[in-house]
Design a protein around this ligand. Structure first.
Ligand SMILES: Cc1ncc(COP(=O)(O)OP(=O)(O)O)c(N)n1
Ligand SMILES: Cc1ncsc1CCOP(=O)(O)O
Ligand SMILES: [Mg+2]
Length: 226
């Protein structure tokens, strides 16, 4: 199982915080086998910590087929493979983890299905309360967003970077920032302490292709010095 590891290791200390890492989320609809090549290109474009398969309005069979094709690519690149929404399917395909929104089931149930080593993420929108709750329920990371306007998933929630700095002081659990993030607007989020930035369009809709999309984040991800 490949961990979604911010790199704290045994010596967790925010003063020695590792660099913010990229968490690439799939488009809501993909075409196979084309997307296999697109994912290979993306993961070849630069360091990626995790990939999330986030398909919407498709059958379970389509999710399983996509996972079967994409998981080996993530394994080859040592990139954690998380499935969105469905802990049951994540267990079935042997995913490294699952991302659960507020309506996607209990963390304890997902843990029972996936085991101790799986990475379970929880959407917390702009809510400090939801983040603390997720931590208490056993999530492995909390996700805040949408930080910026986005067409991928329009959101009524708009946290500011200060929720990230608040969280990094309060908790040892990694935090993910999501929503409309691009290399041009990521700096305040990275500076505030995001452990991961999760992106869809900035990678998959990059005018020069997904490899360039991933590469375009290299200069903004920081070197971990607080
Ligand atoms: C890393 C990450 N953060 C947030 C989300 C959103 O999850 P959710 O609120 O369940 O919405 P959908 O993605 O299911 O539409 C995510 N998927 N990943
Ligand atoms: C899934 C999700 N949850 C909050 S915003 C968002 C979409 C992120 O996509 P993009 O990086 O294209 O804005
Ligand atoms: Mg969801």
């Amino acid at each position: 199982m490949i961990p979604l590891d911010p790199g704290f290791g045994d010596r967790f200390d925010r003063q020695f915080r590792p660099a913010c890492q990229l968490y690439v989320v799939s488009p809501p609809a993909i075409v196979l086998p084309d997307f296999v090549e697109a994912l290979k290109a993306a993961l070849g474009g630069g360091p990626v910590a995790a990939f999330q398969l986030r398909l919407k309005d498709v059958s379970d069979d389509e999710v399983l087929r996509a996972a079967e094709a994409l998981l080996p690519i993530c394994n080859d690149h040592e990139v954690a493979f998380l499935l969105n929404d469905r802990a049951d399917l994540a267990a079935k395909i042997g995913a490294d983890g699952v991302h659960l929104g507020q309506s996607d089931g209990a963390i304890a149930e997902a843990r029972a299905l996936l085991g101790r080593d799986a990475q379970i993420g929880r959407t917390c929108h702009d809510s400090r309360h939801l983040a603390m709750e997720a931590g208490e329920e056993g999530a492995d990371y909390v996700a805040f967003g949408a930080f910026y306007e986005t067409t991928t998933k329009p959101s009524q929630y708009r946290p500011g970077p200060e929720i990230l700095s608040w969280w990094t002081v309060l908790s040892q659990l990694p935090c993910v920032a999501i929503g409309g993030i691009t290399p041009d607007n990521a700096a305040p989020i990275v500076a505030a302490g995001a452990d991961f930035i999760a992106v869809v369009n900035a990678v998959w809709k990059h005018p020069n292709g997904p490899a360039s999309g991933v590469a375009s984040f290299a200069s903004v991800l920081g070197d971990g010095t607080a």
